[in-house]
Write a protein that binds this ligand. Sequence first.
Ligand code: MN
Length: 315
Amino acid sequence: MSIIDPDPEILEARKSLIGDGTEVRRLLPQRVLRTIGAWCFLDHYGPDDVSPPGTGMQVAPHPHTGLQTATWLFDGLVLHRDSLGNEQLIRPGQLNLMTSGRGIAHSEESPLGGAAPSLLHGVQLWIALPRERQFTEPGFAHYEDLPTVSVGEARVTVVVGELEGQRSPAATHTPLVGLEVTLPAGGSVTLATRADFEYGVMCADGPATVAAGGAAASGGAAAPGIEPGMIAHLRTGSNSIALSAAGPNRFFVIGGLPLGERLIMWWNFVARTADEIAAARDSWMTGDGRFGEVHGYHGDPLPAPPLPAGTLIPR
Ligand code: MN
């Protein structure tokens, strides 16, 4: 029997620039942690003041393959357009779930005009599609009415998967969970978890503590602290997660069955072989129709960067 380290491992984000130069905190993938379940990418951005003209999100049309993108806002308003012809505003409490399958292109931007709120704050997540569905039909879904549950002092939105018998309508392809947890000042909550899932916890608003509970928990030790820009990784083997915070705080909790395989992630593509990545890049740069076109975005599509000199290997 292996020895389980029950304490969350705390990892710090890398700062990265996207699109127009917006700084994001990249919580996944990390050198030492590539995936949490099938969740393979997590960027946390904001809160940013996007009221001055010329500021805000401007992510020009770009392609995806082999994954689903999940867009979740803590504050603000974002306009999604894709090559299937979808045009969708998203607000806090709603989920945009785009299935790239073999190929789709999309843009995301702060809408023009006076209606947009001044703050922009959210997370961008990717979910790796299982090998047998990585080239499935592309699709897009917007979920406005997600189930919410009161647990202890927390209000929890079930974004993906299930909690306390409430199931999200979001269609994913591997066992996963995604939860937004809102705690009042001084609040705490213990969430039931699956012992066969691993979990990641990030907080949006301020310092917080995270501890794993249950059979594998050490007990007695002070719960590790996180703050925005950090992610706590909880390995399999526990059956609860305890969260607390001194100030009002929002958390995003992701979890799933450990993926058990390595992926090649390059630019906006998830694949299993270097040839699949090269073919996707070629399709985007030649415009052969695989990814389609995004209409209505004011600006040019993003060109793919050059492929690296060495061979892309699964990590
Ligand atoms: Mn994208």
